[in-house]
Write a protein that binds this ligand. Sequence first.
Ligand code: 5AD
Ligand code: SF4
Length: 374
Amino acid sequence: MKYFIVTYGCQMNVHESEKIAAILEDLGYIEGKTREEADIIVFNTCAIREGAEDRLLGNVGNLKKLKKRNKNLIIAVCGCMTQKAQTAKKLMDTFPFIDIVLGTFNLPQLGEFIKKVRNGRQLEILQEGDIDEFLPYKRTSGDNAWVNIMQGCNNFCTYCIVPYVKGREKSRKEENILNEIKSIIAEKKYKKITLLGQNVNSYGKDLEPPVTFSKLLKDICELDGDFVLSFMTSHPKDLTDDVIDIIAQEDKIEKYIHLPAQSGNDRILQLMNRKYTREKYLSIIEKIREKIPNCRITSDFIVGFPSETENEFQDTYSLVEKVRFDSIFAFMYSPREGTAASKMDGQISEDVKHERVNKLLLLEKRIQEEDNKR
Ligand code: 5AD
Ligand code: SF4
């Protein structure tokens, strides 16, 4: 019996798929090379932008033929997209050949649902769940080992669906993270350890007693062993000096920070509920460059946020020009149902969004070419 997993979206999902693989192997499945030879196909979905959802729908639609050929094929859909009750129901109604739809908090029970599927189609969406501390992973990312340190997000940036589909911030206990990393080091297969969380800088605030992110970094660096430590994602409002200092001091920590700015304009940043200004963002960049020479800095931007004027977009453009990031991801704003921004006046046309995203990407290309020459 073979499995095939299709993963959409961010690194956290890539890591969740390693969990799915472990669950399937525990049931006796082995990894298949293609969808055609699989006895179970699991789609681990992403809901961050409409494009990711559309790709999933196209891909699932194509499976009807496979299901006809192999009556026993099990098709399961999980991840951020299915956490929205309406979407989950729509998936079940539109695609009668989908067998299992699970919300994000139900993932640890995937095995049980697979066993139950003989009795009929399964749909379950829990509204909240504890962070799972000990589920095994089948690590599949070469010499990099992902380590989840927290899940969820409390920030409610007005464009973002994440707080709705991943729930509130929950940190893993520090001891459990350290033990997982010790066993990763002991395996001697991994050169790099990457800590994952939507907002790693608020790690540990919900623990009793609280633990700071910089303490976690320091304690990990004190573990014996040769490894490079990295982490993502940081929020500019929470990236504290002690974290910058520890990156500067510790040889084991990679000199790299992904620091999404989203916009370079104060009015738009406020509408986005990002809780920092352009000036504050630039001062953090300055501090990083001063304390950590040659630190790689990357960022995310959203263009065409509701009511963004051409001049306000120019502020984003000039921020990118000023900071000269090592690379950026630029996204066209995509309204997500249920978020505050999707209800705002002044939604921007797709043409204008395209124009702005292209301008930003061209600028980044020019900067990279200049830096490469140098
Ligand atoms: N539309 C476009 N981009 C988005 N992002 C998050 N939500 C949206 C949205 N609704 C982007 C942000 C974030 C990255 C992971 O995805 O830039 O940092
Ligand atoms: Fe979304 Fe903002 Fe949380 Fe990042 S910090 S996951 S953009 S709500």
